[in-house]
Design a protein around this ligand. Structure first.
Ligand code: PLP
Length: 394
């Protein structure tokens, strides 16, 4: 059987897959089995933060797997403790971290912390969590309910947990808070919803208001985190100090990991939460290697340089093809071109694949770019050359 036949027979068909068989990656270049070379402007979905086959990540993992991959969380795990310290230090955040295995799981942890805070810190129980329209928070039953898109709440998976509601924009959060509201959960740049950043002043105003009301601010940095928007966390870019922050995608450089960080260190106690795999040697050693590479790029100014170069090239092509795109959106290396409509977005995506360039969709009509943060100027040039070849015929 071909790979496609195998997948269609034995894999549950939850994805609309492309069947190019990639066998190797190097930096931001992917090699297909037939020898074709692709430029990778997606890095998984913001996952391969330090590129493919990154020597620092690879040697850290090779060294680690030959020693020990896993013991239980009933033992101290050296790279886990060190990774927690690194994240808190680099983000300048006085908090503590629980490690999970994915973004959705990190968000589940955040919701559990908020719920227990609401149960134990007030005379009258608070449990409601407000989220935003066009948000995305994950695929578990609770995190789909937290996701502010009606299409995710199909009756197929009902009933959903109580206590979640979403509002259409930041301004609407204020009036929707009541005496049972425990937390507001937001992304600072909505990723899946269309690469839409919020205004810094609006976010800061909301953060201050919530602090006054003793309502927790949960920031879902599963996509924006780990230098994606120019600093280790988008919360640092926005200069806010949320009560709870979740991370995942870019943290392990491709090894599954999720993290929930909070300044409310005393809320969860032994027995309240746990994970078999969360924070094991493999994933946290990967996290340490990723942070080593990216914090060095940040300090040397290389990250800002890459970000600025990508931005210029994207703006050039966006302006030139104003017949296809209405605006350029995003922050840092989380970028998008808003296509005039869904058909144009689809045509751009399929033409790019033909020209051997990987880009992603977001929302209804956004072409999304999430390159590795270590992408070189040559790779950026080649990618945009292919992008123009792909779209000039539309
Ligand atoms: C991807 C994503 C998630 C879900 O992460 P998984 O690892 O797929 O569970 C949650 N929130 C945001 C903002 C994301 O981008």
């Amino acid at each position: 059987m071909t790979l496609e036949q195998l997948d269609k027979k034995y894999g549950l068909q939850t994805y609309n897959r492309n069947y190019t068989n990639f066998v190797k990656g190097e930096g931001s270049i992917l090699f297909a089995e037939n020898g074709d070379e692709y430029i990778d402007f997606a890095s998984g979905i913001a996952v391969n933060s330090v590129g493919h086959n990154n020597p620092v990540l690879v040697s850290a993992l090779q060294e680690q797997v030959a020693k020990i991959i896993h013991i239980s969380n009933l033992q101290i795990i050296e790279p886990q403790a060190k990774l927690a310290e690194q994240i808190c230090t680099l983000a300048n955040y006085d908090g503590a971290i629980f490690f999970a295995n994915s973004g959705a799981e990190a968000n589940e942890g955040a919701i559990k912390i908020a719920r227990k805070y609401g149960e134990t810190k007030f005379d009258k129980k608070r449990y409601k969590v407000i989220t935003l329209e066009h948000s995305f928070h994950g695929r578990t039953i609770t995190t789909v309910k937290a996701t502010g898109q009606e299409s995710f709440h199909t009756p197929n998976f009902s009933p959903y947990p109580d206590g979640f509601s979403y509002v259409s924009n930041l301004d609407a959060v204020y009036e929707s808070i009541d005496d049972e509201t425990v937390a507001v959960m937001i992304e600072l740049v909505q990723g899946e919803g269309g690469v839409q950043p919020f205004e810094k002043e609006k976010i800061q105003k909301l953060a201050n208001f919530l602090k006054e009301k003793d309502v927790l601010l949960i920031v879902d940095e599963v996509q924006t985190g780990i230098y994606r928007t120019g600093k280790i966390l988008a919360s640092n870019v926005y200069e806010i100090e949320p009560d709870i922050i979740t991370m995942a995608k870019g943290l392990g450089g491709g090894v599954p990991i999720g993290a929930v960080m909070t300044k409310h260190k005393d809320v969860l106690v032994a027995g309240d939460h746990g994970s078999t795999f969360g924070g094991n040697y493999l994933s946290t050693r990967a996290g340490l290697a990723v942070l080593e590479v990216l914090s060095e790029m940040d300090k040397s100014g290389k990250l800002i340089e890459t970000l600025a170069y990508f931005t210029v090239k994207l703006k050039e092509v966006g302006d030139k093809y104003s017949n296809l795109f209405t605006e350029e959106v995003g922050l840092g290396l989380m970028r998008g071109l808003r296509a005039k409509n869904n058909e144009i977005m689809k045509a751009v995506l399929s033409n790019c694949m033909e020209k051997r360039l990987i880009v992603l969709p977001a929302g209804k009509n956004t072409v999304r770019f999430l390159p590795s943060l270590t992408i070189t100027a040559d790779e950026i040039d080649e990618g945009f050359k292919r992008f123009e070849e792909a779209i000039s015929s539309i």
